[in-house]
Design a protein around this ligand. Structure first.
Ligand code: F42
Length: 331
């Protein structure tokens, strides 16, 4: 099975601009488009709906929505509608959600694992056309039913980093979206996904293991790496200690980045990023260097590579380069 290619878009700019990038991504050969979901940005479903009407082939998914700010019954209806207007191209990416943006609107990630597990169960039952009576630890549904049914099966991908969420994805997901760029992180993640799959009587081959990576590509390696600095600064600042230790990132660097970001000094945070952090938290360099890193990810069990922000010094040129040089190397 050749590696599948996806691309992440953050709907932080106008839907017009976003959709023209999505059309470009379809034209250069991407298989999947994943649009992120945070209340701060343009609405993921409106963006995906416009994308559906302007594309023909590429699969379209939330990457990822969460069951804390949107009820799973609503998500079931929204994704089934997207599947209808895109002629069967919808995929659902669902995760526990981002603690900091959910916190801003008064939502806490209470029982994230249970919430995601129950949400997936509810969504699948509704898509199957069942009348759902469900009494879980988190969700309660009485005689809930969709008035329409998706005409094709819709895969569910789970956004996961923690060991239990990875196991859950292995047990119940059609795929797992892992926000990471380095082979070591996949060596770690695949162990838990495999365990989860085995406990559920499935195989890891039943799960699309997705590297949702920070990619920065340019023919000039230095420019590519420079463009990745700010994104990597945010990743370092938000990473738990065990992940930073796994990659040997020094405490002083982490503190310098966090304190620059706390002061709103984003360029300063970028400057504090070391080469080690760039290597650990991004795939950045020339097309050939990126290809070689992606080959290492495949060896760790990755079956889909998602090109995430920043893509490169210039987004449009980077999408073109990925389509012309990187994707063909794996087909
Ligand atoms: N988050 C967003 O909000 N929007 C996005 O667009 C988005 C995109 C995205 C793409 C890929 C990806 O991998 C993640 C993405 N995220 C996005 C982030 C995602 O929503 C999660 O925040 C992220 O994946 C981190 O999740 P995690 O797997 O680390 O899970 C956390 C919540 C965690 O604590 N997991 C523990 C673990 O071991 O996996 C589980 C904790 C546990 O067991 N809890 C118990 C339970 O029942 O839930 C109860 C514990 C108790 O007592 O409360």
């Amino acid at each position: 099975m050749p590696l599948k290619f996806g691309i992440e878009f953050v709907p932080a700019t106008s839907v017009d601009g976003l959709v023209s990038s999505i059309v470009q991504a379809e034209n250069v050969g991407f298989d999947y488009v994943w649009v992120t979901d945070h209340y701060t940005n343009r609405c993921v479903y409106i963006a995906l709906a416009v994308a559906a009407l302007n594309t023909k082939r590429v699969k379209l998914g939330t990457g990822v929505t969460n069951p804390f700010h949107i009820h799973p019954a609503w998500t079931a209806s929204a994704i089934a509608t997207l599947n209808e207007i895109s002629n069967g191209r919808a995929v659902l990416g669902l995760g526990p959600g981002d603690r900091s943006t959910l916190g801003q609107i008064g939502l806490s990630l209470n029982k994230p694992l249970t919430t995601v597990r129950e949400a997936v169960e509810i969504i699948r039952k509704l898509w199957a056309g069942e009348t759902v009576n469900f009494s879980g630890d988190v969700f309660h549904l009485a005689n809930a039913r969709l008035s329409f049914k998706p005409s094709t099966p819709i895969p569910i991908y789970i956004g996961a980093q923690g060991p239990k969420m990875l196991e859950l994805a292995g047990a119940i997901g059609d795929g797992v979206l892992i926000n990471a760029s380095h082979p070591k992180d996949f060596e770690y993640a695949v162990k838990y996904i495999r365990d989860g799959a085995q406990k559920a009587g499935r195989k890891i081959e039943d799960v699309d293991v997705v590297a949702y990576a920070a990619l920065s590509v340019d023919e000039n390696a230095a420019k590519a790496r420079e463009a990745a600095r700010i994104v990597v600064a945010f990743i370092v600042a938000g990473s738990p200690d065990n992940v930073l230790e796994r990659h040997g990132i020094k405490k002083e660097e982490v503190e310098a980045i966090r304190s620059a970001l706390a002061k709103g000094d984003i360029p300063g945070a970028g400057k504090a990023v070391s080469d080690e952090s760039l290597d650990a938290f991004s795939v950045s360099g020339t097309p050939e260097e990126c290809i070689s890193r992606i080959e290492q990810l495949i060896k760790m069990g990755v079956t889909q590579f998602v090109a995430g922000s920043p893509l490169g010094p210039k987004k449009k040129a980077a999408i073109e380069t990925i389509g012309r040089k990187i994707i063909p190397a794996f087909k």
